[in-house]
Design a protein around this ligand. Structure first.
Ligand code: TNX
Length: 759
């Protein structure tokens, strides 16, 4: 019997599955296995008019997610219906599995409506994410056109993760939910929640209340880049109550996302030690750390009370998190305290452990055994390979890919998070002007990542479960900065993880990325615009008459230039000759926005002149060759912009500059760096030699007076009596091996130079 309601739906379907509405292009990230846009027609979703019909299963999670999204961004609400009649419907159903990987779905849009069928309810949820990306962005309300198409899709990897460090900085429950939504929108399925570290313990434990009464708070935070220019002395912290954690775990589960909690051990334990000093080797007192890095005080590996404590903690953690995986850290654990701790040393004797690495291995294996006894598995950072891997552990490879390769060869499961591709705390812009930890990982670098290392054979490759983007938050203190750091790199990573290898194509991704930017706008996120940046380079001028500034944009847009302090603007026709100290600006317009780049040029007698180097710089820091030292550009952004400086490992920077003619000079300044935590030392001294013929040089003066100018940057000035010369040799002496008591003691030190001035 056809009811009045059914008649209405049928009637609405006839009207609204319009034949004449032109469909928008299909731009889905991550790229599905196959997409066919069948016609240029579109099906129209109508506010309150198009019902969602669930067939054969409970698709509540999918329906809620879609409805929330439509409501939030399009002010559209759809109702659910149990009738399958009519063609103005969104139909969700189960199909027979058509792939061996879990997550396969088919989505069809045609005159019969929208149909998503998946091999289970989770797979249908992925189909919903694709449907969301078929909607116009930005949104128009009331009626939403969806292009006619046929899509078949399933994921490549089973672990598709995003990590968030909530210890270095704390993020609210609402923001965590937002983060989880973004994970879902990218068809990712794991949220790695970093909950304990030196700077804060963030999870409420009923049995150990001091962990959050004491351990969740620090009395200040360093200002600026490590080691900082001071301390803000602000009481800072926060934690998640067990109720809030349950809420987040459910919120994630409603989006088919597993929350993997990380409880760090044996290192990164200051917050726990500050709360319960009996857990350390020296028994304290300890404090919740106010600066970043690695700390010598770690959990005592000798005392049984440490293991008892951690087992109690894990009991509560396991009860809160249904995840099969529990992450137990294992990274960056100095062995300093263990070496002098009698209890640790006794443990090594009784367990017949040959050194402290073996003790770390014992620690991890003992904890793993406990976690396994509760029916769960551990994940650890790749340091857990040292001294012998725990039998069932999954390895998270972060110090490059080698840990993952070694683990896979030992038949252990692996999640890849190598620093050079997956560390979203690194800068994604060459022109970054906000504070970051450094590095440079642009979106195309992330996109180029291949999680299965070439050195693995097919059997070993099966152990690579997938990969994850890590967001460490030392320099990320608010949600806006999180958005700025993860977008668009997270979108690139989602395609690395979901899409078939043969379907990955950077050029095609770029085209879809332009639409993804509109979605970020729709979501009102503060994504990074680094992708739009002008590329710049500085080249030698002809006949050493200055330097050339080259600017490029990837959109083939006309560019313009100006010099600060002048009103004139001119069109860019080719590299601009610069012959004096000036602040130059280049820009172009795209979609009513202006994208610009500024560059300061600092001129002196050496700028643009001929330069040769006696020693090659390191392959990792070749700059733009020797010319880097006389290109008029100072390295003002630290080492993010590696084209701007030369790095010498263990060797000297020994440059000879030809001024072209005899000239009077009285000063040489070398621009260099000091960052002892990164093994970067200023020159031991700078010595200046002069010569009229370029063959016979005489030393005029040397100086070791290094002065910091800004952060890690500094200079050595060498002043001398007015001298007439044509050739100037500048020797910046490497300080040699790093002295004891400093990071990297005994190893060769780095010497960085970015400019030589002659005045
Ligand atoms: C290394 S990745 C760490 C973190 C830092 C991060 C900064 C890992 C296992 N340990 O503690 O936050 O570098 O990039």
């Amino acid at each position: 019997m056809i009811t009045a309601v059914m008649k209405k739906i049928f009637f609405a379907g006839l009207i609204f599955t319009s034949f004449f509405v032109r469909a928008q292009e299909i731009n889905i990230i991550p790229q599905p296995v196959s997409v066919k846009q069948t016609k240029s027609n579109a099906f129209i979703i109508v506010n309150a008019g198009t019902p969602i019909v669930a067939e054969g299963d409970d698709f509540g999670k999918s329906i809620n997610f879609l409805n929330d999204y439509l409501d939030r961004f399009y002010s559209i609400k759809l109702r659910t219906s149990s009738t399958t009649l009519g063609n103005n419907v969104i139909r969700l159903s189960l199909s027979n599995p058509f792939t061996t990987v879990q997550g396969g779905y088919k989505l069809t849009v045609d005159a019969n409506g929208i149909s998503i069928s998946g091999d289970n309810a989770n797979s249908v949820f992925y189909g919903i994410q694709t449907l969301i990306q078929l909607l116009p962005a930005p949104g128009s309300s009331i009626r939403l056109p969806v292009p006619y198409c046929e899509i078949t899709d399933y994921p490549r990897f089973s672990y598709r993760g995003m990590h968030l460090d909530c210890c270095r900085h704390f993020f609210s429950v609402d923001f965590i939910k937002q983060y989880i939504d973004w994970i879902a929108l990218h068809k990712m399925n794991y949220f790695h929640w970093h909950l304990t570290d030196d700077q804060g313990w963030r999870i409420e434990l009923k049995k150990y209340p001091k962990l959050t009464q004491v351990g969740a708070w620090r009395n200040g935070t360093i200002i600026g880049s490590f080691p900082g220019t001071g301390n803000d002395s602000i009481h800072y912290g926060g934690f998640y109550s067990q109720e809030q954690i349950k809420e987040i775990v459910k919120y994630a589960a409603d989006r088919y996302i597993t929350v993997v909690p990380e409880i760090e051990m044996p290192g990164h334990a200051s917050a726990a030690l500050a709360s319960y000093p009996f857990l350390g080797c020296t028994k304290g007192p300890y404090e919740v750390q106010q600066t970043w890095g690695v700390f010598d005080d770690v959990f005592c590996a000798g005392n049984d009370s440490t293991y008892k404590f951690l087992q109690d903690v894990l009991d509560e953690v396991i009860a809160l998190f249904p995840s099969k995986y529990i992450h137990i850290g294992g990274d960056e654990c100095p062995k300093t305290r263990w070496k002098t701790c009698p209890v640790c040393q006794r443990r090594m004797r009784t367990e017949k452990l040959k050194d402290e690495h073996a003790l770390q291995s014992y620690f991890i294996q003992r904890i793993e055994k406990y976690v396994n006894s509760k029916g769960r598995s551990v994940i650890g950072w790749d340091e857990i390979l040292e001294g012998g891997l725990a039998p069932n552990a999954t390895v998270m490879s972060w110090r490059g890919e080698q840990g993952g390769i070694d683990a896979a060869k030992q038949n252990h499961y692996v999640i890849m998070t190598p620093g050079d591709w997956c560390y979203f705390d690194h800068s994604q812009s060459e022109q970054e002007d906000s504070l970051t930890i450094g590095g440079y990982i642009p979106v195309d670098k992330v996109y180029s990542y291949e999680p299965v290392p070439a050195s693995l054979n097919a059997d070993q490759a099966k152990y690579i479960l997938g990969a994850q983007g890590n967001l460490w938050t030392e320099y990320i203190s608010n949600p806006g900065k999180v958005e700025y750091m993860i977008f668009p790199r997270m979108s690139a990573l989602s395609e690395v993880l979901w899409s078939q290898k043969q379907n990955r194509d950077w050029g095609d991704f770029e085209k879809r990325l332009m639409v993804q930017f509109k979605r970020y706008d729709l979501w009102n996120t503060k994504y990074s615009k680094a992708y739009f940046e002008l590329k710049t380079s500085v080249l030698p001028g002809k006949d050493y008459n200055g330097v050339l500034w080259k600017i490029e944009n990837k959109f083939n847009k006309k560019m313009f230039m100006t010099f600060a302090g002048s009103d004139s603007v001119w069109g860019y026709t080719g590299p601009q000759l610069i012959q004096k100290t000036v602040r130059a600006r280049g820009y172009f317009n795209l979609d009513n926005r202006t994208f610009e780049v500024r560059q300061d040029f600092n001129f002196n007698k050496a700028t643009g002149k001929k330069i040769t180097l006696a020693n090659e710089p390191s392959k990792n820091f070749p700059g733009d060759g020797p010319f880097t030292l006389v290109n008029g550009v100072w390295n003002e952004r630290g080492i993010t912009r590696t084209s701007q400086l030369l790095g010498f490992l263990g060797s000297d920077c020994d440059a000879t500059i030809d001024l072209g003619t005899m000239q009077y000079i009285s000063n040489v300044t070398v621009h260099t760096m000091k960052d002892l935590s990164s093994w970067i030392w200023p020159p031991k001294y700078v010595e200046v030699f002069v010569s009229g013929d370029g063959k016979n040089f005489t030393s005029v003066k040397s100086s070791d007076d290094f002065k910091i100018t800004n952060g890690k940057n500094g200079v050595i000035h060498v002043n001398f009596l007015l001298t007439n010369t044509r050739y100037v040799r500048v020797l910046a002496k490497n300080t040699g091996n790093i002295p004891s008591g400093y990071p990297g003691a005994g190893y060769e030190s780095w010497l960085f130079a970015d400019e030589i001035e002659i005045n």
